[in-house]
Write a protein that binds this ligand. Structure first.
Ligand code: DC
Length: 226
């Protein structure tokens, strides 16, 4: 019932997705990619040609979202929306920016809250997002807030998109990232900010491996793992 939770929050491109997934893998815990939920709502809305400011329609969409989180034979995540795998479309900047817009509505967040909490299953959960430590899992025994400079985050996103064979422009990415950060941090509901009891890690000059080791060290220090 009360499986332990490690929250990893932070801005886009801070490395929290990769780090939280690796931490979950190393501990053999479940992983919640909460950003994917907002991306799915956004994608479902775009596919239905809905207005991203139509709060009532979005709330209904989020509450009835037909999304499933599965893994393929290699253990890699497979996300189904309306019964079909979404793939790379979910990771585009268009989906990310639209997700940031729908995520600013309190009723959309409320509609997804219990679904997110449902991922808390034994032996434990690593939850990745913006408000995992401040709203969704406030009593988590380890909260990490992962950040990095805006330039470094834009550079990482650029590399990531290129690796996925998607087109990208560094300057445009950097501007979009700054705009998304501003919207996520300045919104009145569940704004992006470290929880009071979060450990803030700046990964600007750290590789993924060092961040991973530091989070695992903190987890050991708090008695969450041997
Ligand atoms: O982590 P991500 O880039 O996949 O998230 C996409 C957007 O979803 C992000 O810009 C803000 C929103 N989001 C949120 O508001 N709260 C979360 N817990 C996770 C994501």
């Amino acid at each position: 019932m009360n499986a332990p939770v490690i929250t990893v929050d932070g801005p886009s491109g801070s490395g929290k997705g990769t780090v939280s997934r690796l931490v979950a893998e190393r501990l053999g815990w479940h992983w919640l990619d909460s950003g994917a939920m907002y991306r799915l709502v956004a994608l479902a809305a775009l596919r239905r040609d809905m207005d991203l400011d139509d709060v009532d329609a979005l709330r209904g969409l989020a509450a009835g979202l037909d999304a499933r989180f599965q893994a393929d034979d290699a253990g890699d995540p497979v996300i189904l929306l309306d019964g079909a795998p979404v793939g790379a479309e979910l990771r585009t900047e268009q989906a990310g920016n639209a997700a940031s817009r729908v995520a600013a509505h309190q009723s959309v967040r409320d509609a997804l809250l219990e679904r997110q909490r449902g991922f808390r299953q034994p032996p434990g959960l690593v939850a990745d997002g913006r408000d995992m430590g401040t709203v969704v899992f406030t009593e988590a025994p380890l909260k990490v807030f992962l950040t990095a400079s805006c330039e470094e985050r834009a550079r990482r996103r650029y590399k990531q998109l290129k690796e996925q064979g998607l087109s990208a422009n560094l300057l445009a990415l950097s501007e979009e990232l700054a705009e998304r950060d501003r919207r996520d941090a300045e919104r009145s509901v569940a704004p992006l900010k470290p929880a009071d009891d979060a450990v803030v890690l700046d990964s600007t000059h750290m590789g993924i491996e060092s961040v991973l080791e530091e989070v695992l060290r903190l987890a050991r220090e708090r008695g969450l793992t041997d």
